[in-house]
Ligand binder design. Sequence first.
Ligand code: PLP
Length: 378
Amino acid sequence: MIYLDHAATTPVPRAVADAMYEVLTEQFGNPSSQYPMGLEMKRRVEVWRKTVADALGCGAKQLFFTSCGTEADNWAVTAACWQNRHLGRHIVTTAVEHSAVLEACRWMERQGYEVTYLVPAQDGSLSAEQVLAAVRQDTALVSCMLVNNELGNIYPIAEIARGLAVKNPQTLLHTDAVQGFLKVPCSAKTLGADFLTISAHKIGGPKGIGALYIGPRVRNPKPLLAGGGQEGGLRAGTEATAQIAGFARAVELRRENLEEKLLCMAKIRDYAAERLSAIPDLKILSAPGGAPHILSASLVGWPSQNIVNDLGSQGVCISAGSACHQGKPSHVIAALKLSKKVSGGVIRLSFGPETDKGDIDACADALRRHHDTRMPML
Ligand code: PLP
């Protein structure tokens, strides 16, 4: 099988699975238990928290484990609005956020909030000026992703943070960095956001574990789950110790020779762009300078779902936009207002450290066969 869908999820290396297995079967204690096995687990959870926090450039006390990136996104949106409930009921976000942010914003709309959805340029780019121009006196929250999961564009979070500090210092900033963590520069300190979301399964960790960074400007953050006081009393529930162990081990592994891995991924992305460009009717959509692991393209006139199905049956896994929108044009592509023929043929290839040129060749050959043997229908 040729797997080119690392932005959807990634395989878990054996060392990560082993770390989880040990916690599931031997070190299975509850970190809240008061006998040695429980106390040891409590200690180890804090070690694993520090491992992830170090990779994110924040303090361990600022990092809260959640059940996934989606949960962290939801929490950030509601906690920011809660803190700024007296400031106003306006949110600025982008039309190309992951549904985890968009649906949380829509929920806030139903609570009486007004939401401005910024539309990027046709190449997916978005400037800090565009974001800051939408900020008003009553803006409680700006939520802007670090890396777009379908196109790979990197958004200027640090610049937005600096601009907000001047224009409206009380407005809180959240960035969904699920596709940016360990793929592009992603230090909580440097980015300057108040909330930052990450997820383990995009970097070789298990599904079902994410984390939210909460910065110092957030005062008495609104707890997400009330209960037994875990996660500093903000996100109760017995710690998912095996998932947390797997998250930390995946972070350690990914950080080994990280610069080299990112360079390899960028080279693979460029090679894929070159190979795909040779296919008639194929248009590369990803703008230069984006994240190293994502390449968006369109086989103009050929429906993307048919391409995905055909390649899938040949053992090549790619996606039509993001994994969360199978079967219908994604809201990200729709927001770019491309022609029907271009948007209908969008595919996304995404890479991991283990992707090689042979994988790209197999995918390009399968796409070429699809082009040559299937009728365009759009
Ligand atoms: N945000 C972005 C940008 C994503 O790509 C994803 C997953 O695809 C998520 C959030 C959701 O993360 P999770 O699958 O951990 O809920």
